[in-house]
Unconditional design. Structure first.
Length: 103
């Protein structure tokens, strides 16, 4: 049986994941919509300036060249019952940069 997927979800970057978004975009971006590339670990513990760089690189890599599309999103959800102020700040950063990138 041959599969013809429309999308790949999630793309999880190293060191916790196993694939670089830029590589997937280059190889399969013309055939697949790509999802993810933001690790929940980074949302929860990355300092805001580092997290901003992570998101900016994800947006750049996920939309480079021709392709079917990229959806920036976390590859998992928060584990705890309470979301920390740092995580909220990082979520806001992700939304702000995505809005700026999309026009």
């Amino acid at each position: 049986m041959q599969m013809n997927p429309d999308a790949l979800d999630p793309i999880e970057p190293p060191p916790l994941g196993d694939v670089e978004l830029a590589d997937v975009r280059r190889e399969y971006g013309d055939r697949l919509v790509l999802f993810g590339n933001i690790e929940i670990r980074d949302i929860e513990i990355a300092p805001p300036d580092e997290f901003e760089r992570i998101v900016a690189k994800s947006l750049e890599d996920g939309t480079a060249g021709e392709g079917r599309g990229f959806v920036l999103l976390p590859t998992a959800c928060p584990i705890g019952r309470e979301v920390t102020e740092r995580a909220l700040t990082n979520y806001r950063t992700m939304v702000r940069l995505a809005k700026q990138h999309g026009g």
